[in-house]
Design a protein around this ligand. Structure first.
Ligand SMILES: NC(=O)c1ccc[n+]([C@@H]2O[C@H](COP(=O)([O-])OP(=O)(O)OC[C@H]3O[C@@H](n4cnc5c(N)ncnc54)[C@H](O)[C@@H]3O)[C@@H](O)[C@H]2O)c1
Length: 388
């Protein structure tokens, strides 16, 4: 092992905008960058990369409080100055979606490498423009594709790679939980999520995830048929004020994937959970099936598939849930957000493209946009290929 004190060192200064928010704080600052600040990031050639976060936001008191709590020496409310600062290597954005495209555009124009939450923009046109801008500027750009780094989905992908399923027929995804309206018990998600005019909506929020999940595990998505609805029309915000929930809070999608695979995914903030995890994907193939959640994955091979016979006059004859085998991790799978950060920062140092960049993000924005159009027009829509 290379000795930490004598190994070659580099420092990456990372401006983190939106760290007072749920995702920016919990997943990106606390679960990813602060642990990386403790250990550094060791490259293959032995170099130790130190990461130095700079907290950026709008609320000085909150930033000062977080900076003190986590011993981060630098924070600012002046995002423009941070973007113009030549000593900053990476600009990270976890602000509300509606502020993302403008902030990323400024950072790319200033020559920063960028890492960002999804969705990258509110419209496909803006998302493509960002991808083009980053490509022309030659910066390294990464977009959070966290679900693909989750232990459950890593195991599912491994089963696909090993040919476990035979010919894959379909995927069924079920995502959601009950988000409180906010009158009695406070809501557990920010109120902007439920206002279309502030960039909210479950289709915009989740279809970009589903696009890279389907693409990364099964193949590219070729068509979408969706129905997006607002099931709870009135909610109460962070200050207890009643507001009109103008955005969709449930979306039901059917997607056709290369090779004739049919995926069907329900997304809802208006359902109660009777699953093992908050999201689950079942993949069925001619030789086997598997069900993956965030952490766990179980599988059933053709050779151990029971032969139930439909008879409503009899009680259930099979312990169906017990007939699946656990798929082991066989490795230490760290927090998915942190793993992707590490990969992205290695790409920054090597100045090579990150595998989940702005074009993949644009396809996510495209699927959300087409999903909403499909819902409005009541029809199936093809997903055209995007090129820069
Ligand atoms: N990868 C994932 O699984 C995942 C999950 C949830 C949210 N997200 C994305 O992360 C981003 C942030 O979501 P969140 O749930 O952390 O939201 P949040 O409301 O908790 O945080 C939003 C952040 O943006 C800042 N902000 C800037 N301008 C604002 C404005 N005009 N109004 C309100 N806040 C403003 C806030 O100060 C805060 O730091 C969104 O783009 C969302 O799509 C990703």
């Amino acid at each position: 092992m290379t000795n930490k004190s004598t190994a070659p060192r580099r420092t990456l200064r990372i401006a983190m905008n939106g760290v007072t928010g749920r995702m920016g704080y919990r997943q990106h600052l606390v679960r990813s960058i602060l642990p990386l600040r403790e250990t550094g990031l060791r490259l293959d050639d032995g170099t130790l990369v130190d990461v130095e976060p700079i907290l950026v936001g709008r609320n000085a008191d909150r930033l000062a409080e977080l900076a003190a709590l986590h011993e981060v020496p630098t924070w600012t409310t002046d995002a423009a100055a941070v973007i113009a600062d030549p000593s900053i290597d990476v600009y990270f954005d976890a602000q509300v979606t509606s502020r993302r495209a403008a902030a990323l555009t400024a950072a790319i124009k200033a020559g920063k490498h960028i890492y960002t939450e999804k969705p990258t923009a509110e419209t496909l046109e803006e998302a493509i423009e960002l991808a083009r801008l980053a490509q022309n500027a030659g910066v390294v750009a990464g977009v959070v594709h966290d679900k693909l780094y989750l232990p459950g989905l890593v195991k599912l992908r491994r089963l696909v790679d090993e040919g476990f399923f035979g010919r894959i027929l379909s995927m069924r995804g079920d995502f959601g939980y009950w988000v409180f309206e906010g009158d009695g018990q406070p809501a557990q998600r920010p109120s902007w999520n439920y206002r279309a005019e502030d960039g909210g909506g479950i289709t915009v929020d989740m279809f970009c995830h589903w696009n890279y999940v389907m693409e990364g595990i099964l193949g590219p998505v070729r068509s979408v048929t969706a129905k997006a609805v607002t099931q709870i029309p009135v909610r109460w915000d962070e200050n207890g004020r009643e507001y009109a929930a103008t955005a969709d809070d449930a979306a039901y999608g059917i997607f056709e994937i290369d090779g004739g695979i049919i995926a069907q995914i329900n997304s809802a903030w208006t359902v109660r959970v009777r699953r093992d995890e908050l999201v689950e994907f079942q993949v069925d193939g001619t030789h086997g099936s598997a069900v993956a959640g965030l952490r766990n994955c179980v599988a059933q091979h053709r050779s151990s598939t029971p032969k139930p016979v439909w008879n409503p006059d009899l009680p259930v004859t099979e312990p169906f849930r017990d007939q699946w085998l656990d798929v082991p991790a066989n490795a230490d799978l760290d927090n998915g957000f942190k793993l992707q950060w590490e990969e992205f920062l290695r790409d920054v140092i090597a100045e090579r493209p990150h595998r989940f960049g702005l074009l993949s993000a644009a396809r996510g924005v495209q699927l959300a946009e087409l999903g909403l159009q499909s819902s409005e027009r009541g029809m199936r829509l093809e997903v055209p290929e995007i090129a820069l």
